[in-house]
Structure formats: structure tokens, C-alpha cells
Design a binder for this molecule. Structure first.
Ligand code: 8YV
Length: 327
């Protein structure tokens, strides 16, 4: 038997990160890309002190009760709606996420979708590949401008602020935001964004970017009533979490021309995508890849690994969600 603390890595992950973990910990690794079922996850975590999760493995009271030796769950994601944090804290299990290292890459991803949707990039590609591009016409695939437009941001955390900076400084946009808490004046000035009420943002924005985590409070934060306030020429982008936008209501709004376009990286029930969204032409769709540059994914994996090693060997973690557990 090994004296090293034992950890379970719940998905196939960079070999070099597995090597780094294996140098200090007793590692077992699910080599598959499939998410384990809740029962399989419990069976594999039992007897382990740590688990490396990738953003969608559910860590809840049932798993915690079945895995009493567990001390840390390290999520390779900034979002942690897969964690029941109060239950983890009650069980004395540290939760860590992977913030900061993905901020700029994810903001780039948000702009990629905004540009694609507003300027009909993916729609244009489908048009071309389908052999429908036969001649020039003045109104072929005309979209909306991004530069100089009014950008509304829901969720002004690290990624929201990186998007605000891009909009204001790179694209000359007027930036509005709404958030649970308003930024301090100096931070607001640094990102050149104006705090407004939710309905004001929806009415005034030419493009709305959703960068909210999924919580009970943000579920369907943008639904039929919100979409109805938006301009018919507006674009909606969701790079936060599936479920923050009501995808069925969005598909209806797109089909009825109540808004012009959407760009979506996250979906309710992903990897399933609402069939009515798939049927809409005026929507740019990506499979949850806003953080997916190679250097960023590697940095996220290293951060999760460092949290596991740091906590299990030295009682230290860089990015704890419930630091009270460490005390
Ligand atoms: C991840 C994400 O790619 O960080 C997050 O919250 O949604 C993405 O960056 C995904 O969760 C898998 O790790």
C-alpha cells in the first residue's frame, strides 16, 4: 500500500498533468471522455482523499456521505455549479475552482461569438457550403455592427470585466452592465462601464452578453420577458452557463424575429442542444469551448492539480471556494 494520498481524476486529461500528479499522489484516472454516472463516480471516489473534476461531475451530499475520507474536490473550471458547496463545507471537504487563468481566453471566446452572430459569420459559412452563393446582392447576409454599438453585460466578474475592456477599448463600444453588486467606482472606471438596471440594459443594448454563473437566482435570468425588452436588431450571447438563458424562449424569439441573432457556447442540458435552436439559422453555436485555447486549458489543469497536491501534502490551496474548511 502506498503512503501517498490517493486521488481520482474523473476524465481523460493532459498526460503531463497526470505525470505531475503521479509524482506526488497515488492517482487513478478515468481515461474516458464520457462523464461517469453518479454511482460510478461514487465507486471511483470511495477511499480517495481527493478528486479532480472537470466542471460537470456532481459532488453532492450523497457522494460525500459515501466517501467519508474525501478532503478536496478540485474543479478544472471557474464555474462550480456541479458542486454542492454548503454540503461540502459541512462535510469538511475543500472545494477549489480554476479562476483567473481562463479570463482573457474566455473573453476572447465571447467576442468570437458576438462577432459571429452579429456579422452572420457562421450563417454565411453554411450558406456558402450549401452552394447558395451565386451572386452579389446588396442585402445578402447583412448584419449589425459591433464597433461603436452599445454592449450590455450581465455578470461583471473577472470575465465580464475583460469583455467590457475589449468592448470599450478595442471596439469603441458604449458598455452597460448589470450585476448583483455594483463595482467600486475605480473598478467601474477602469473597465469603462456604466451600471444600469436590468430592464434598462435590455432596452438599450445593441448586443447583450451573458457571463453569469448558474445559481438558483440566475436560472432563466434571460427568458421570454427579458427577450421581449430587447431591440429587434439585438444579439444575445451566452458564455456563462446553460440554464441562465431559457433556450426554448430564445429559440422562439429568434424564430419570430424578436431579436436578430444569438451566439451560444453553453446550453441547458448540454451536450444536448434544444432542437429548435439547432433549427434556427441566425444563431452561432459552439460546443462549450470559450476557454478552449491550448495554453489556457493546460493552465486550468495545472491549477486544479496544484490545488490537489498543495492541499493534500501541505494544507494549502491557491483557489479555494470554501476557505473556511482550510482553517
Ligand atoms: C470549462 C467552464 O471548459 O471554467 C468553466 O466554468 O465552463 C469551462 O471553462 C468546462 O467547465 C470544463 O472544464
Amino acid at each position: 500500500a502506498s503512503a501517498k494520498p490517493a486521488v481520482f481524476v474523473a476524465r481523460r486529461i493532459f498526460p503531463e498533468v497526470i505525470e505531475k500528479l503521479s509524482a506526488q499522489l497515488d492517482v487513478s484516472h478515468n481515461q474516458a471522455d464520457e462523464r461517469l454516472s453518479p454511482d460510478e463516480l461514487i465507486a471511483r471516489v470511495q477511499g480517495k482523499q481527493g478528486v479532480f473534476t472537470t466542471g460537470s461531475e456532481r459532488i453532492d451530499a450523497r457522494l460525500l456521505a459515501a466517501c467519508p475520507g474525501l478532503r478536496i474536490c478540485a474543479n478544472m473550471a471557474v464555474g462550480y455549479n456541479n458542486f454542492d458547496v454548503p454540503a461540502m463545507t459541512a462535510a469538511g471537504v475543500l472545494a477549489t475552482n480554476a479562476p483567473d487563468v481562463l479570463t482573457e481566453t474566455t473573453a476572447d471566446g465571447g467576442f468570437a461569438l458576438l462577432m459571429a452572430a452579429a456579422r452572420r459569420v457562421t450563417e454565411g459559412e453554411h450558406y456558402l457550403r450549401a452552394g447558395r452563393w451565386q451572386r452579389w446582392s446588396y442585402d445578402m447576409l447583412v448584419g449589425q455592427d459591433v464597433h461603436g454599438a452599445t454592449l450590455g453585460i450581465f455578470g461583471m466578474g473577472r470575465i465580464g470585466q475583460a469583455i467590457a475592456r475589449r468592448g470599450a477599448l478595442g471596439f469603441g463600444m458604449k458598455v452597460l452592465y448589470h450585476n448583483r453588486t455594483r463595482l467600486p467606482a475605480d473598478e467601474e472606471a477602469a473597465v469603462r462601464a456604466e451600471y444600469v438596471a436590468k430592464d434598462v440594459l435590455l432596452r438599450r443594448a445593441d448586443h447583450v452578453m451573458v457571463v453569469l454563473p448558474l445559481t438558483p437566482q440566475t436560472r432563466h435570468y434571460v427568458g421570454a420577458a427579458e427577450l421581449a425588452l430587447m431591440k429587434p436588431s439585438a444579439t444575445l450571447v451566452n458564455i456563462g452557463r446553460g440554464g441562465v438563458v431559457d433556450d426554448a424562449a430564445l429559440a422562439r424569439a429568434l424564430r419570430e424575429g424578436r431579436i436578430a441573432a444569438a451566439g451560444l457556447d453553453v446550453f441547458e442540458g448540454e451536450p444536448q442542444v434544444h432542437p429548435e435552436l439547432l433549427a434556427c439559422s441566425n444563431v452561432a453555436l459552439t460546443p462549450h469551448i470559450a476557454s478552449a485555447s491550448l495554453p489556457t486549458r493546460l493552465a486550468m489543469a495545472h491549477l486544479a492539480a496544484d490545488n490537489l497536491i498543495g492541499y493534500l501534502l501541505h494544507g494549502q490551496a491557491q483557489t479555494p471556494i470554501n476557505p473556511e474548511v482550510m482553517a
